[in-house]
Write a protein that binds this ligand. Structure first.
Ligand code: FES
Length: 148
């Protein structure tokens, strides 16, 4: 709550803090709990529907199952042609889950995402806020081991 207030006070208009607040909520809970939207809307003095639309618009916000770490896999055109399928196979093999699923220990969730803005490094994935180029299965396993 303290962090949300910081965001709201930082901007000249309360509604400008919406993305920062949603990022904070997601990193705290591992997703955006539906019950958090009404209090956020009240805090930002926005209609609930507007907050819901923002959450629905950005694929970086997860409205479903929580996970400690979200692995966003770019499924846009450049990554698609430069090895997205191989990256997904390696992730599925390592974690034993498919996109949209959460590992039984709640550690990881694989989420398909649109262009992550690092096309020159394709195929690309993000773990939380960190961006990585997929090089090999071994490299991927090493990266995932850093997230406990
Ligand atoms: S297409 Fe994958 S990062 Fe841009």
């Amino acid at each position: 709550m303290e962090k949300l207030n910081e965001h709201v006070n930082y901007f000249p208009r309360k509604e400008q803090a919406i993305l920062m607040c949603l990022h904070t909520i997601q990193s705290y809970y591992g997703y955006i709990p539906p019950a958090s939207l009404r209090p956020l809307a009240d805090m930002l003095e926005l209609p609930l529907s507007q907050v819901e639309q923002v959450v629905a618009f950005y694929d970086m916000f997860d409205r479903e199952t929580p996970a400690k770490h979200r692995i966003r896999v770019c499924v846009s055109i450049v990554c698609h042609f430069l090895g997205k399928a191989k990256l997904l196979r390696a992730l599925e093999k390592n974690l034993g889950i498919k996109p949209g699923q959460v590992t039984p220990d709640g550690r990881f969730k694989i989420v398909p995402a649109q262009c992550l803005g690092a096309c020159s490094e394709a195929p690309v994935f993000m773990v939380d806020e960190d961006t990585y180029k997929f090089e090999s299965e071994e490299d991927l396993n090493e990266i995932l081991s850093r997230y406990t």
